[in-house]
Design a protein around this ligand. Sequence first.
Ligand SMILES: Nc1ncnc2c1ncn2[C@@H]1O[C@H](COP(=O)(O)OP(=O)(O)O)[C@@H](O)[C@H]1O
Ligand SMILES: [Mg+2]
Length: 270
Amino acid sequence: MTSTEERSDAGERAASPAFECRSVTVEFPHKFSRKRIIEDISFLVRSGEFLTIVGPSGTGKTTLLRAMGGLTPTVSGSVLVHGKELDGPPEDVVIVFQDYSNALLQWRTVTGNVAFGIERILERRETELRVHDALALVGLEKNADDYPWQLSGGMQQRVQIARALALRPAVMLMDEPFAALDAMTKASMQDELLRVRDRTGTSFVFITHDIEEAVYLGDRIAVLTGSPGRVDRIFEIGLPVPRDQLSTRQLPKFLEYRYAVHQAIGRVHG
Ligand SMILES: Nc1ncnc2c1ncn2[C@@H]1O[C@H](COP(=O)(O)OP(=O)(O)O)[C@@H](O)[C@H]1O
Ligand SMILES: [Mg+2]
């Protein structure tokens, strides 16, 4: 259980939940009325936990993540960060979106992009240190002076993740961040993210429509289904750590979880 030890060394954030959704409900205006998109969603995210959220498209995953990041108002319920209720985008929570090519500033180097969120609030020395650390965490030290257009899709997504990490967030919210990557790049990014979690103690909420990805990464999986979207089930994933792309994925337990999550989604939609 080395990763658990590393986690508590690195983070040392209180054992209280890092994040909490209490009965979160979101509605949008729709044809002179309102449409309920997600309803009564409640769950906790523990400190250093990797929570994956899986569900068919259109069930409100992005809406939920935006509500968690304080970008979309809730009609009822509340979102709490370290026990404090949100009333806007919180400082120590960052969102990483799927569309990395639009997220990066093409006229800035990798270093410039990673520094972007912190350079105005921190001293130069601290900014440099954080950029260096963040690039090391995602394995991009050698590309510090490159421009985004010189990088592959996977590397550009790493830059976006490094920019988020440079903020040293307590919670990282990710919306299908690897959906556009090829299978090999996706696998190495998954492992990188788990290593980042182990080293920093950051909590992750990671949305995906890829059930295998949800099982591989998750300490727990919340299944979002229906219209309005609800969290129908939360699975506790008892797979050994550290995960391994080859051996973990062929464990009978891995296949059982994969099957169970499929069932949980299919039961509502089948
Ligand atoms: N800003 C918005 N205004 C109105 N409807 C929206 C808005 N954002 C999303 N929706 C609707 O909410 C539903 C869920 O969308 P979304 O959260 O993007 O789902 P998912 O990420 O699971 O695919 C969809 O029907 C979508 O059309
Ligand atoms: Mg979405």
